[in-house]
Design a protein around this ligand. Sequence first.
Ligand code: ADP
Length: 548
Amino acid sequence: DLSNAIVAQDEMGRPFIIVRDQGKKQRAHGIEAVKSHVLAARSVASILKTSLGPRGLDKILISPDGEINITNDGATILTQMELSSEIAKLLVELSKSQDDEIGDGTTGVVVLAGAMLDQALELIDKGIHPIKVANGFDEASKIAVAHLDKIADTISINTSDISENLTSDSELFKAAKTSLGSKIVSKTHDKFARMAVEAVLSVVDFERKDVDFELIKIEGKVGGSLEDSKLIKGVVIDKDFSHPQMPKEIRDVKVAILTCPFEPPKPKTKHKLDISTVEEFKSLQTYEQDKFKEMIKYVKDSGANLVACQWGFDDEANHLLLQNDLPAIRWVGGPELELLAIATNGRIVPRFEDLTPEKLGTAGKVTELEFGTTRDHMLVVEECANVKAVTAFLRGSNKMIVDEGIRALHDSLCVVRNLIRDNRVVYGGGAAEIACSIAVAAEADKQKGIDQYAFRAFAQALDVIPLSLAENSGLDPIDTLTSLKSKQVNESNNNLGVDCLGANNNDMKELFVIDPLIGKKQQLLLATQLTRMILKINDVIISGKDEY
Ligand code: ADP
């Protein structure tokens, strides 16, 4: 029916046909749009697929200004890819939400969402309306999430797992270690896992079952190797003492934490400052000196033996500080100043006049560390009044390695924190996804309407995790999946997953490949939500157009 089609020409004289859309066609066009969204999402998800799991490939990211970054962290890859499609950007948001709430599973959630959209597309092609698909997926995800609860196991948390007590059979330690699986070179795994557990347990609040990440600072500095990284029970400030002749170590520290500048206020004269004679200059100099002395006296009188200042001060002041045996640190950034105050139980003081002994922070010692090759300095504040602040201090031969180290440690910290919040786990290597896939598929057989198709499609989407893990590990994906599925059913063992590292064992419980339950649930929920959103976006647009 061409009655509503007209032939027109463009400015180059090329003919084209304009088809006036009718409501019905509009809808068809809407589905075309859903399809194009799905395709955009698929291309992003397929890039991330190859990064999934301990054998996942790293990606090299080159920023527009030429900075190189190597990683296989999903959230990082996505944020650095220049994505033009709005839908692809939604995937970035998806990965970020997983990162914000859980801090782990950022690759998996995108891969899962990609697979759901793929499956949705097939159903749409069969003529099922996107909204019906979305609703079916919602129901299916509820079944999957409930099944996760059913198969979840708990791991034991030993509250005394710090320092000497932390052995390699600590379950938290093992969990932290598996989470590092695909991130950094393996010989540092023990070290990083240990740092993660110790850091979390140093600041954990067992009553609230939570961990305040504000109290764990990760500081990276290029130089040395990852092996040289360490956890400092205290605060590291990326500064040195203001004068090279100040002592390199101070004990029984009482620190004045100042946000006021160490400089004299401008003299308040009615007229502008005019210095025309030597006398005038001298008197100004004396005025400044007196002001400095007054400030130093305030500090000294409070009993402080160290000054941490948010601002800089000039040589004159610096010299006076040295003369008065008052070591100082200048240009301490706001967040560092705050952390210092928290760690030392000190108060941040905005005016010299406000300094009192009670407002000083206390610490056992402050030491200046020097790093051979780079001649960089750092100050380490230890034995703090408030022991609940730690700094993971990461070293690495170049920025790339330090950055990847920071990300790896962050993931590990998140896993340990998540387990403290909730110590229920499911088994990884795709084991949990396979179990859910079987459960959802079984439900599909009980459905009569369209839901049975949606359920089956959802079950197949879940398979993407074991399939990708197998593929990335050089195993035959289909064979691996089929054999795992039949084994899970026949042996009624939900813990069987993909043996990515060639351990000759599919039992993920034995291999201690775990994923916190809350993280796995979140992945399912977020991926389903995003799928629903993409399938729905278009419907809104269509109905708007239809009405007009
Ligand atoms: P994400 O960013 O989603 O956490 P990862 O690249 O860290 O992605 O991969 C996580 C996936 O790899 C999870 O499904 C996890 O169960 C699996 N995995 C991790 N270590 C192993 C292992 N040793 N054997 C099998 N699977 C593993």
